[in-house]
Design a protein around this ligand. Structure first.
Ligand code: SAM
Ligand code: SF4
Ligand code: SF4
Length: 436
């Protein structure tokens, strides 16, 4: 099979005619190829718009064929043929416990830190339905992952609630069991826009928990951040519906961008304090290759906690389990100790305080590629194995081989890594493709 990667270098280019396309065949030397307007007309229009609308964005490389094709085919791992024991570990001794399954690459929001409008516009080529794993294929893979020790499954995207009949997938996953014979901890991350309509069916299908992303309570700020003018009231209604449906341990994720919504931190904390909902502040991350990330827009969690503590006294709490992404802080009562009735907040500090040492998360894309890190540039193609008729033992062996060889610890290495040169092979996969 020959795989062709195409990228266009926009650096310092002002006009479309000046753009160079790099065409690379997997087994052939890199060749430079003059961009022909006719052949790449659709993408050229997108690029032209990107240049006009956002010069800063245009100075990055905008993928013509995006990362998902570049990640098509690292040689499939050949793992040990032994049956899974539930105790799979990687090169750093990290077990496989958490599987995040992205069910769609589409979203109805355009959060600039994730799917900036200039890139994810009407010409963006989303995957066709036939490329997506079916619910049966996802369930089959999930069963094998559970046999390897996974305990928690999180559905994500894109916006997972855009995938039709998602409750049917939830039902199939809820029927699976961990190696200890337990029902897997089944959860979902959503922007909340469709939650009011879907919460009840999801709960009835077996969903345990839900995490809702919400970046501000201020309607104007929220509409600006989702960039599709979506009102905050509908997301709040979704959260209420999730509570009413009986979904447990609801969490709200707020991505904090300095200068955009950091002034909302205290208001968000006050709103959710004492409601049983845990608010978690996420440092704005350098995921993907399109969000124009800058370190000066990151509010370090330590500063955030300090700011919050001035208004709402906090005390540190111990982690509940190994590999937890969030550092926990409890609201203090009048005696200065944690008051469980007031609840807690969390901070996810993957930029300023790496937590790779305990990272036990694998990510499965909607088209069946396995990624070992949120910042990965390559995924492992399990869909081909599935569709070429591999048995469960072969799938298990492939997954074991891939996880055994895992060395990823991007956040720990971030500062010492060379800058992303923008080549297809070096470009990180988009967050909307593998989920949070
Ligand atoms: N659409 C769903 C949602 O927004 O909840 C699920 C997918 S979204 C990619 C998963 C999580 O990633 C969300 O909580 C979102 O806020 C977070 N996220 C996306 N881009 C991010 C970035 N650049 N830095 C930090 N978090 C990010
Ligand atoms: Fe969509 Fe979620 Fe990304 Fe926002 S963070 S654009 S809601 S996938
Ligand atoms: Fe895990 Fe990669 Fe994040 Fe480190 S950077 S915690 S390895 S996902």
């Amino acid at each position: 099979m020959i795989i062709i990667f195409i990228s266009i270098d926009l650096a310092a280019k002002g006009t479309l005619a000046d753009c160079q396309a790099t065409v690379r065949c997997e087994d052939a030397p890199v060749i430079q190829h003059e961009l022909t307007r006719v052949k790449f007309r659709r993408s050229a229009i997108t690029l032209h718009r990107a240049i006009r609308q956002n010069r800063a964005m245009a100075e990055r490389v905008i993928p013509l064929v995006d990362q998902r094709l570049a990640a098509l085919s690292p040689a499939l791992a050949r793992g040990p043929a032994a049956a899974p024991t539930g105790r799979l570990t990687d090169t750093l001794g990290r077990p496989l416990r958490d599987l995040r399954i992205s069910v769609t690459d589409r979203c109805n929001f355009r959060c600039a830190y994730c799917m900036p409008k200039e890139v994810f516009d009407k010409d963006y080529r989303y995957l066709p339905h036939s490329a997506l794993l079916s619910f049966e294929e996802i369930t089959r893979l999930a069963r094998v992952f559970l046999a390897h020790g996974v305990r928690k499954i999180r559905l994500t995207g894109g916006e997972p609630l855009l995938r039709k009949h998602l409750e049917n997938l939830v039902e199939q996953l809820a029927a699976l069991r961990t190696v200890d014979g337990q029902v897997p901890d089944l959860t979902l991350t959503t922007n909340g826009s469709l939650l009011a309509r879907k919460a009840r069916a999801l709960k009835d299908a077996g969903l345990n928990r839900v995490t809702v992303s919400l970046d501000s309570l201020d309607d104007a700020v929220f509409r600006r951040m989702n960039d599709v003018d979506f009102p905050v009231a509908e997301v709040l209604a979704g959260i209420e519906a999730a509570q009413a449906a009986g979904l447990q341990r609801i969490k709200v994720n707020m991505v904090v961008k300095r200068g955009t919504n950091d002034h909302e931190v205290v208001a968000m904390a006050r709103h959710f304090r004492g409601t049983g909902i845990t608010l978690r502040f996420i440092e704005y991350m350098d995921v993907g290759a399109t969000n124009g990330w800058r370190m000066d827009e990151v509010l370090p969690s330590a500063q955030l906690i300090e700011r919050l503590h001035e208004h709402l006294p906090l005390v540190p709490l111990d982690p509940l389990s190994r590999g937890e992404t969030a550092e926990r802080w409890g609201y203090a009562g009048s005696d200065g100790r944690h008051d469980p009735a007031l609840g807690e907040v969390g901070v996810i500090s993957s930029v300023t305080q790496a937590f790779c040492q305990d990272c036990n998360r694998a990510r499965l894309s909607m088209e069946g590629r396995l990624y070992l890190c949120l910042f990965a540039t390559q995924g492992w193609d399990l869909r081909t194995l599935l569709r070429e008729g591999a048995g469960d033992e072969q799938l298990a062996a492939a997954i074991a081989g891939i996880w055994h060889g895992r060395t990823d610890r991007y956040s720990e290495l971030r500062s010492s890594l060379p800058p992303d040169r923008g080549t297809p092979a070096a470009r990180r996969v988009e967050m909307s493709y593998i989920g949070g």
